[in-house]
Design a protein around this ligand. Structure first.
Ligand code: SF4
Ligand code: SF4
Length: 378
């Protein structure tokens, strides 16, 4: 046995099939199919390890479906009393199964060929949204990095926010606040490559690392002491997988603004339901900063069960129907369709998932500009 197989077999032995991970798994809740539950996935993997010869094409396909029917929210890890690191196992197993999904293969190629998930010209990474903001920021082109420029802080935008128009308003809000606090910052434009997080979800760690090497080099060239991002997936990749100099601080947008802003002139005096993005809450343990910032802004937070919106783990690509079922259950449980209900979050992927299901949703930054009276400023 190779040491990797031994390690896996030790991990699998730890699972006592108690079932504590079942009821909290959003996939199991939505499908009521034990095969897709955390315990079911491990059981399937045990069979694969025990009887590799019996694993024909058909079973390999079924197994791939099981492994990729997961939002990688990490709730199973949190609930497992045997401390089985399920998501680590699932991430590793994804590489062996990814070829069963042509759309995922395409996404992987988009990133390795064009450095972004959409396979678009990466030189358009900044232009796509900055061209919408010339009225508000006439000098915005001066904020886009080119060789030789330096800054204290980098706003790492991420693929989703760079190329999808819903997020332009969030970026406009973030920029307004950064200018308001007089931050010396740059965005990286075409020199920002995908953070590699989507490649991690496909198990393609080597390709992800190539993206990270480039980003790391550019961040060091800029001489930035702080990197800020609104995307929890980028945050995780920047903290855990970019080999940045330890003096470089990586912060989520909410942590950064919570550090910088003590009070606001315009308390909003509103009540919103806050959705904790899984990657921010479980993987990066950022829970206090968003709440602290919202408190300063005069937002009363209604807590919800910390559960996935259905948009994680590439599930919308592999099985969109289940992703939407997860959201529908959440809407029903948390009564998000009630008139006047509004969800606030701080993740572009979660934001889209809520809005596409008809829930009124905003990013914390969009409220922060209001609280700072910056909405109409030029
Ligand atoms: S909670 Fe842990 S030990 Fe129990 S079934 Fe799930 S993975 Fe296995
Ligand atoms: S990571 Fe989340 S979706 Fe995946 S098996 Fe665990 S609880 Fe279920």
């Amino acid at each position: 046995m190779t040491s990797k197989t031994e390690e896996l077999s030790e991990l699998l032995k730890k699972c006592v099939q108690c079932g504590s991970c079942l009821v909290i798994c959003p996939i199991y809740r939505a499908t009521e199919n034990e095969v897709f539950s955390p315990r079911g996935k491990l059981y399937y993997l045990k069979l694969k390890e025990a009887f590799p010869d019996k694993f024909d094409e058909e079973l390999a396909k079924e197994y791939a479906k099981t492994i990729f029917t997961c939002v990688v929210c990490g709730r199973c890890v949190e609930s497992c009393t045997s401390e089985v690191k399920l998501t680590d196992i699932f991430r590793e197993e994804r590489l062996a199964s990814v070829d069963q999904f042509p759309k995922l293969v395409q996404i992987g190629e988009n990133i390795t060929d064009e450095m972004n998930v959409y396979g678009l010209d990466n030189e358009m990474r900044a232009e796509t949204w900055t061209m919408e903001l010339y009225d508000d920021f006439p000098d915005i082109d001066d904020r886009v990095y080119s060789e030789g420029m330096t800054a204290d802080t980098i706003l790492f935008v991420g693929c989703l926010m760079s190329f999808r128009s819903r997020h332009t308003n969030v970026l406009k809000s973030i920029l307004k606040v950064m200018e308001h606090i007089d931050e010396n910052f740059l965005i990286l434009g075409g020199e920002e490559y995908c953070c590699g997080h989507p490649l991690d979800l496909l198990g393609k760690i080597e390709q992800a690392d190539k993206m990270r090497e480039h980003n790391t080099e550019v961040i060091h060239k800029v001489g930035a002491k702080t990197v800020v991002t609104d995307c929890p997936g980028c945050l995780e990749a920047l903290i855990d997988h970019h080999k940045l100099d330890p003096s470089v601080k990586v912060l989520h947008m909410t942590e950064y603004f919570d550090e910088k802003i003590e009070s606001v002139p315009n308390k909003l005096d509103i009540t919103l339901k806050y959705h904790d993005p899984c990657e921010l809450f479980r993987n990066n343990e950022v829970t206090q900063a968003p709440r602290s910032l919202m408190k300063k802004m005069g937002i009363e937070v209604i807590e919800m069960e910390p559960s996935c919106c259905g948009g994680g783990g590439m599930l919308r690509v592999t099985d969109d129907a289940i992703a939407q079922d997860i959201m529908k259950q959440r809407i029903e449980k948390e009564e998000l369709n009630e008139e006047g209900t509004c969800v606030v979050t701080c993740c572009p992927s979660c934001l889209e998932q809520f809005e596409q299901n008809g829930v009124t949703t905003g990013d914390i930054a969009e409220y922060l500009v209001k609280a700072l009276n910056l909405e109409e400023t030029k």
